[in-house]
Design a protein around this ligand. Structure first.
Ligand SMILES: [Zn+2]
Length: 328
């Protein structure tokens, strides 16, 4: 009973003293992670630069949805591609999350520390004959890979490693977009889980780490919707339980393209957090609250959070968002 009480208090995050105890246990023993059966969400940025507004929306949505469900919210730094990364970005992202008072539970997980786990998963997939080596150049592969190397059993190295998709239809009931389905052979094709340069691909690492962190809910931008069948297939091949997905609209800049670190490098660091919070809530279809302290506004946003109000569209223009109820 004592354990249960601590869990309940921790999930509600109501008592600071117990939260501190709980956080400590999570770090030292994994106690909380292993005992909570409910909602576990996560925010998983790549440290290619500081957060931009689009990634801030993902952090705010994930944090509020987790807290509104009395759940835990974890942070994972997806640092698997050093040439694309900045040595200071992870620290900048952590500082930005702290500025926005988006408190995560437990220690952040760094994917660069997880290579042994990915290798073990790859070995498991190879043993079950789910993978093969591929030498095709990116340019020669049409959006859906036709399986050119599937039967070659090439021994030339280096080579990328692909997972066999197979003729199978994947179904998911997206918490925002509703029922989704893809035929793996026609819509997806065999896909890369380890790159020719030896780096593990996002599609493999993300599944292994969501399982490791006991994530139950993935809330992310619609640009990752088409990664979903791949990740469900990786999980199925490894015997990992499928998580629940929710995809919210990505934010489009004035040029009609998704905001991204590459295209819209402007960081949010120098912007007013309260204005940005309201803009994010506007993008997510949530009510805006009067400007006050950030902690109070976040709490109000948690109280009034309704996932079903998130627009069921794939994108939304930045220019259409409101930062205040007073705006027309
Ligand atoms: Zn190939």
């Amino acid at each position: 009973m004592a354990v249960y009480t601590l869990r309940a208090v921790c999930a509600l995050r109501a008592v600071c003293a117990l939260r501190a105890v709980c956080a400590l246990k999570a770090v030292n023993t994994g106690f909380c992670m292993l005992t909570i059966n409910g909602y576990i969400g996560r925010f998983a940025p790549s440290p290619t630069g500081p957060l931009h507004f689009g990634s801030l929306v993902a952090a705010i949505a994930g944090y509020i949805d987790a807290r509104a469900n009395n759940g835990r919210w974890l942070l994972r730094i997806e640092d698997l591609d050093p040439p694309r990364e900045s040595s200071t970005a992870a620290a900048e992202i952590i500082k930005q999350l702290q500025t926005f008072q988006l408190e995560w539970d437990a220690q952040p997980l760094f994917q660069s520390q997880r290579l042994d786990a990915y290798q073990a998963a790859l070995k498991q997939l190879a043993t079950a004959d789910y993978v093969y080596h591929c030498h095709c150049t990116r340019r020669s592969v049409t959006p859906v890979y036709g399986g050119t190397c599937r039967l070659k059993q090439s021994t030339i190295r280096p080579a990328a490693i692909r997972l066999r998709a197979g003729d199978k239809t994947i179904h998911t009931n997206d918490r925002i977009l509703g029922k989704q389905s893809w035929n793996l052979e026609h819509d997806v094709g065999d896909f890369i889980i380890k790159r020719k340069d030896g780096r593990f691909a996002y599609q493999l690492a993300v599944v292994i780490d969501d399982h490791f962190q006991q994530v139950t809910q993935i809330l992310r931008g619609s640009d990752l919707l088409y990664s979903t069948p791949r990740q469900i297939q990786v999980a199925a091949c490894l015997g990992i339980k499928q998580v629940e997905y929710a995809h919210f609209p990505v934010i489009l800049g004035s040029d009609g393209h998704k905001l991204s670190k590459q295209a819209h490098a402007r960081s949010i660091t120098n912007e007013d957090p309260i204005t940005l919070l309201n803009l994010a809530l506007s993008a997510l279809g949530q009510p805006l609250h009067e400007r006050s302290g950030l902690a109070k506004m976040l709490n109000q946003a948690i109280q009034s959070w309704q996932l079903e109000k998130i627009p069921k569209v794939l994108d939304i223009p930045l220019a259409s968002l409101k930062s205040s109820n007073r705006q027309k």
